[in-house]
Design a protein around this ligand. Structure first.
Ligand code: HEM
Length: 480
């Protein structure tokens, strides 16, 4: 691909063949942060053979996501994304077109619409209750809990039950204690560097002899086995007995009925697995990561912890045995704590990469078609021109502010914006809010013996999805 002339965005000097890959050593969003301090908020890099524009200003993000929304598609073609999306037969990595539209509509209609979400709230309440009971047992022994793992299990149990009709506490093919490891495998896969991502042809050869292809295939095959079993459960002869059909039931039903209409696309096993992969991986990881960061931040900020727990316990009283989603509606400061967590720790700090479908202009620069476009929402949410003391965790900053995080305020975009905005946003928010509320209402929290707040490791890890690297271990104390 050759970049056409015009007023291209500035960027660092390129080296032959590798382009600017040498500029990326470390976490992508922080490397881009250092580079954009030098080259500005719209900059052009070449990642191997992939021309890439990185945007890190609110104005640039707004122009890209709004004005040019119709000209962007989300399709970073890497070895890992090709595997996980089952050859782009999913939603997150599918190119813009009829297939993507139909699949997104199906998932939104069958899983993520407001009515369905409301009818699913009992599942969330039930699963949180199970976690609270387990934590109570740990509190009696006074021993630290691996909260990272507990939160992954919580979110996975909710997502698996409502999307796939599977109870992971009883399921034969997935062990509830290993679900966090399974999601972690996905992180390894998506972070796995493959030469063929950046150097077509010759890169494949290097990956083959270096063993990278084998590693990626092994990790993928474990995930694929899980997805296949989810599918098999739904295809069992005699059908499934289910009160309310889940997304896979609906797809099976559609597949059985399809065939006559020659125009519309046909659902295949790859579509099934692409959707299961999207829901499991995009749905579980992100909410669990956000919950772990929320707990980390409130432990590090005792003033905020006290203020939010006072609000929760005064508003809800101290005698509740079990919380319901209706309890959330009365809380105000609590929601600001969640908002501040989304600001400082967006689970997808660069959103999903997009690709321009035609030549476009952003902030006065010419950007050719087929350029990968990355929006650094992490940096925008910490821009000192927009936020006072941007690195400080301070939910009070939102007390007098109307800025929200649902895709309309371009300074705060943890769920993205525009046509590819996260379709699971409402479910993600509900998972995070209900999980955090239960942790803060029923328990007080401390650090393991001998540890202080200063010992807490805040290092991040990951590329597309970024999480807290170190496991979060805390000691619960029963409040009531
Ligand atoms: C705290 C929770 C979550 C966060 C922070 C989050 C964040 C995101 C972000 C930033 C994107 C990319 C948006 C863009 O590029 O503009 C995205 C896309 C997506 N998310 Fe989420 N998400 C969450 C929960 C969920 C859940 C619960 C599901 C499904 C059950 C889900 C399914 C998806 C899918 C399918 C896409 C791809 C959409 C498309 O390309 O059309 N997410 N998410």
């Amino acid at each position: 691909k050759k970049l056409k002339s015009g007023k291209l965005p500035p960027g660092p000097q390129k080296l032959p063949i590798i382009g600017n890959l040498h500029n990326l050593n470390g976490l992508a969003h922080t490397c881009f942060q250092n580079l954009s301090q030098k080259f500005g908020p719209v900059m052009l890099l070449c990642l191997g053979y992939v021309p890439t524009v990185v945007i890190s200003s609110r104005e640039g993000a707004e122009e890209a996501l709004k004005t040019h929304d119709l000209e962007c598609c989300s399709r970073p073609e890497t070895v890992a994304t090709r595997m996980l999306s089952y050859n782009f037969k999913d939603i997150g990595f599918a190119p813009y077109g009829e297939e993507w539209k139909s699949l997104r509509k199906l998932v939104v209609m069958e899983l993520l619409n407001a009515k369905k979400l409301k009818s699913f709230k009992y599942i969330r309440e039930e699963e949180n209750d199970i976690l609270v009971k387990k934590l109570r047992e740990c509190a009696l022994t006074g021993s630290p809990v691996n909260l990272t793992k507990a939160l992954f299990t919580l979110v996975a149990s909710v997502v698996c039950k409502l999307a796939f009709g599977i109870d992971i506490h009883k399921c034969e093919f997935i062990d509830e204690d290993n679900v966090a490891d399974l999601v972690h495998k996905f992180e390894l896969l998506i972070d796995g560097f493959a030469f063929s991502d950046f150097f077509p042809g010759v890169g494949w050869f290097i990956d083959q002899i270096s063993g990278q292809n084998k590693t990626l295939n092994n990790v993928f095959s474990e995930l694929d086995t899980f997805f296949q079993k989810v599918l098999d459960e739904h295809l069992k002869p005699g059908g499934r007995v289910s009160e309310s059909p889940d997304v896979v039931d609906v797809m099976v039903d559609l597949m059985e009925k399809q065939g006559k209409d020659g125009d519309s696309f046909k659902l295949t096993t790859d579509h099934f697995k692409g959707i299961i992969s999207d829901i499991f991986l995009a749905g579980v990881n992100t909410s669990a990561i956000t919950l772990a960061w929320a707990m980390t931040e409130v432990i590090r900020n005792p003033r905020v912890m006290k203020k939010v727990q006072d609000e929760i316990r005064t508003t809800l009283g101290v005698k509740k045995e079990k919380l319901t989603e209706d309890d959330l509606s009365q809380l105000h400061y609590f929601k600001l704590v969640v908002k501040e967590t989304f600001r400082l720790h967006p689970a997808a700090p660069l959103l999903l990469p997009r690709e321009t479908m035609s030549d476009i202009k952003i902030q006065g620069y010419d950007i050719p078609a087929k350029t990968q476009m990355i929006i650094n929402v992490y940096l925008i949410a910490r821009d000192p021109k927009i936020w006072t003391n941007p690195d400080e965790f301070n939910p009070d900053r939102f007390l007098e502010s109307s800025i929200d995080y649902k895709g309309l305020n371009y300074e705060l975009l943890p769920f993205g914006s525009g046509r590819r905005i996260c379709p699971g946003m409402m479910m993600g928010i509900a998972n995070v809010e209900m999980g955090l509320l239960n942790l803060l209402y029923f328990f007080d929290w401390g650090l393991p013996e001998g540890k202080t707040v200063n010992d807490m490791d805040l290092e991040e890890t990951g590329s597309i999805i970024v999480s807290k690297k170190a496991t979060l271990e805390l000691v619960p104390f029963i409040n009531n």
